[in-house]
Design a protein around this ligand. Structure first.
Ligand SMILES: Nc1ncnc2c1ncn2[C@@H]1O[C@H](COP(=O)(O)OP(=O)(O)O)[C@@H](O)[C@H]1O
Ligand SMILES: [Mg+2]
Length: 470
């Protein structure tokens, strides 16, 4: 959601209750006041609109120090100071006489068309003052007139015009300082506004992404549920179809004549194919939902490999593909669910035979290998995980091979490299996705390499049991 521009602008202009102290540095203000005082010797105070003393440059004149020792004169002086403080001059400054004949000058400080504070200059002696006012000496019978006569001339003397000029200059200097402060404030709030804006946009996108992700996750879960239910429900009637076609074939319901046997054969074969597909789907949904449990034990590779090779021998013979088995001596046992490893190897060897033309060779091999940490894993884990002993099972063929760019995609469910050519070979595209999930369920890894000069090589690494440290 993008905020209206007016709102942002509003944040950039000064608010009504803005304060000088927000725009200028108090220390800088003090320095400025001090240098004015040193130049003109006229005491000077700067107040904010809210009556806070922001800067002061003055020394109490000796005369005033003396007055403060006289009880009655002191009260009169305090009344003057209070009155001066309460002056609220408009555009022009105002003079205010003190009991001593000295004067104060009060002017408002304005910025951007509004009053934001006051400056009070004084006390100073007006140029016109010649005599000590009678009103002053009459104030207190104990006043030492001689003393007063001595102390009064020590105060700064200023012409009315000069005082006005000083106030004017002070005002202009303040205006400059305020302006640069204002500019800095503007720049920083503009920056803040833009950062806030990008942050909000980012957050917005993030939220949308999260929503999309949640939705996808939910869809994925629904899909897995659907797969599981449908596959299960399909399997039951299919068992009947296969069973009855088998019985028909065996002549239990009377002998089959002519093409009848051929047709029933087809029904039976297609039924078996469908059953394989459904089993694959069930496996996949179990793997995806994490409900497939592995029963891991220490297992030797050899019996599993031999069993798989025995299973696929008829298919290899039929296609005129040679089957080879290679074992390295002294293999350790792997930490695995034998039935699942068998399923992995069976899938790979069936594929190898399927995609290898007559006269080709398929080699199933087992040897020691190592699982090195995947560099794409989290950085921290690489440091902890050193390489781990593993059994390397490989299935190599001399068939059509798999192009480099297809190698990661063939592990996707239902993906087949060339659906027209693989269609005639049969298959569903589920085999390799199951292989990958099963292998990763064993904390292992599967990869595809090219065989020279032609063919594919699938390499599966299954870890041996992790050594326990004592
Ligand atoms: N040994 C192989 N040689 C060439 N291509 C292969 C080999 N194994 C798998 N493939 C390719 O990967 C695809 C996916 O394999 P798989 O998941 O087992 O599905 P299916 O065997 O049902 O087609 C195959 O359709 C094929 O295109
Ligand atoms: Mg397959």
């Amino acid at each position: 959601m993008v905020e209206p521009a007016s709102r942002t602008l509003e944040q950039l202009t000064l608010s009504d209750d803005f304060k000088i102290e927000e725009l200028v540095d108090k220390h800088a203000l003090g320095e400025m006041a001090q240098s004015f005082y040193e130049l003109f010797r006229v005491p000077l105070r700067i107040y904010s609109q809210s009556e806070r003393l922001l800067a002061e440059a003055s020394e109490q004149p000796e005369l005033y120090r003396y007055i403060n020792t006289l009880p009655e004169a002191k009260v009169a002086l305090q009344a003057v100071v209070a009155a001066v403080k309460n002056l609220r001059p408009e555009r022009d400054g105002v003079r205010y006489p003190c009991i001593t004949g000295a004067e104060y000058y009060v002017a408002s400080i304005r910025y951007d068309g509004r009053a934001i504070g006051r400056m009070i200059l004084g006390p100073y002696l007006p140029a016109s003052l010649r005599e000590i006012p009678r009103s002053f000496t009459d104030l207190d019978p104990t006043i030492d007139v001689k003393q007063v006569r001595e102390l009064l001339p020590k105060m700064a003397r200023a012409k009315e015009d000069t005082v006005k000029q000083i106030a004017l200059h002070l005002g202009r200097t303040l205006d400059l300082i305020l302006f640069s402060g204002h500019r800095a404030l503007l720049a920083s709030s503009m920056h803040m506004a833009s950062v806030r804006e990008s942050f909000r946009e980012l957050q917005d996108k993030n939220d949308k992404l999260q929503q999309a992700y949640d939705r996808l996750k939910e869809l994925d879960r629904l899909k897995s549920n659907f797969l599981a239910t449908v596959s299960h429900e399909l399997r039951t009637p299919l068992t009947s179809i296969i069973g009855y076609s088998e019985m028909l074939n065996e002549g239990i319901a009377g002998p089959l004549v002519g093409e009848q046997k051929e047709f029933v054969d087809t029904i039976h074969n297609k039924g078996e194919q469908l059953l394989e597909l459904i089993k694959g789907l069930l496996d996949l949904s179990k793997l995806e939902s994490g409900t497939m449990s592995l029963r891991r034990k220490n297992e030797a590779a050899e019996p599993i490999v031999r069993d798989v090779v025995a299973t696929v021998t008829p298919a290899a013979l039929k296609k005129d593909v040679e089957l080879k088995v290679v074992f390295e001596a002294g293999l350790l046992e792997m930490w695995a669910d034998a039935e699942r490893i068998r399923q992995v190897l069976l899938n790979l060897t069936e594929n190898a035979i399927k995609f290898t033309p007559a006269g080709g060779v398929v080699t199933v091999a087992a040897r020691m290998g190592a699982l090195t940490p995947d560099p794409s894993d989290e950085g921290g884990l690489v440091l902890l995980n050193t390489s781990r002993a593993a059994i390397e099972l490989s299935v190599t063929d001399t068939g059509i091979g798999i192009a480099e760019e297809e190698r990661s995609r063939v592990f996707d469910a239902f993906y087949q490299v060339d659906s027209s050519s693989t269609r005639e070979q049969g298959g569903t595209g589920l085999g390799l996705s199951i292989v990958k999930r099963l292998v990763e369920g064993h904390d292992g890894r599967v990869r595809i390499e090219a065989n020279q000069p032609t063919g594919a090589r699938f390499v599966v690494l299954i870890p041996v049991r992790r050594a326990t440290f004592t």
